[in-house]
Write a protein that binds this ligand. Sequence first.
Ligand code: PPS
Length: 286
Amino acid sequence: RLDVAETFHGILFPGHLHTQDSLQLALKFPFQDTDIVIVSFPKSGTTWMQEIVTLISSRGDPHVSQSVPNWARAPWLEQIYFSAVWETSKTTTRVITTHLPHHLLGPALQGSKAKVIYVSRNPKDMVVSFYHFHKIANFFPEAGTFPEFLNRFLEGKLHYGSWFDHIKGWTGQIGTMNNLLHVTYEDMSLNLHAAMKRVSAYLQRPLLEDEVNNCVKHCSFNSMKDNKMVNYTLIDQEIINHGKGFFMRNGKIGDWKNMFTDELNQYFQSIFESKMKDCTLEFVWE
Ligand code: PPS
């Protein structure tokens, strides 16, 4: 069965890609100062940032982004195939992706100069995206109704644990960790050009204006939706049921309004405000 979960430190992970060993190895990973680490809670713009970093590295040339799957050029640290990727790779700058929360991964990063990019998204759109993904990805449990799913999200019971712990844990490091850049899905959505320049400056890969424009062109929603290397259509139908929907689904800010009733929104808001009262982050909801 595909939907058997691996529980690690009280957090559920999809069992077909994670084992106790793969998760344990991630916590002890020897980061190099040249590593670029993309950190996110699922459905927050992970794939988008993988594409942005790939394109910045190739100065806007789409050859790599259109010929190597995202999981082979920016593999997930905690997944079972992770170490095998680097055995065959000749790259000097590794791009590593992870969904792990800071309380688990922080110790491995301590003292390292690896460049961390934390990607977040307003949680209403994020949870709607996750809900739709549960409907097509057979490695997650049944999504149930949206109100049920939202409840599980607010209680931190979905796979990958509590979104509240994740965002507060990582963004709480801003100011403490010099090597952490926080980019939101909404930053990318509202001004991809500016987000691209911020990321390239942070990675110390300044680009010419034409190169920035090429990066922007190749990581627009429409380009990525058509790119087999990032739209997950290479994944077997038994794992992701492409007949039921797309990984590159909607790609917009504010889609939550199509799923949240007024009542659900008020319920969400009350829990969100209480759990986020110690956090000063501002969110863009529409
Ligand atoms: S995962 O499974 O955690 O790796 O998913 P993740 O990549 O974090 O999030 C998937 C959502 O990001 C949207 N996406 C984009 N939106 C706009 N522009 C671009 N280029 C883009 N690339 C990915 C994708 O469509 C998912 O969001 P929803 O709301 O479901 O469309």
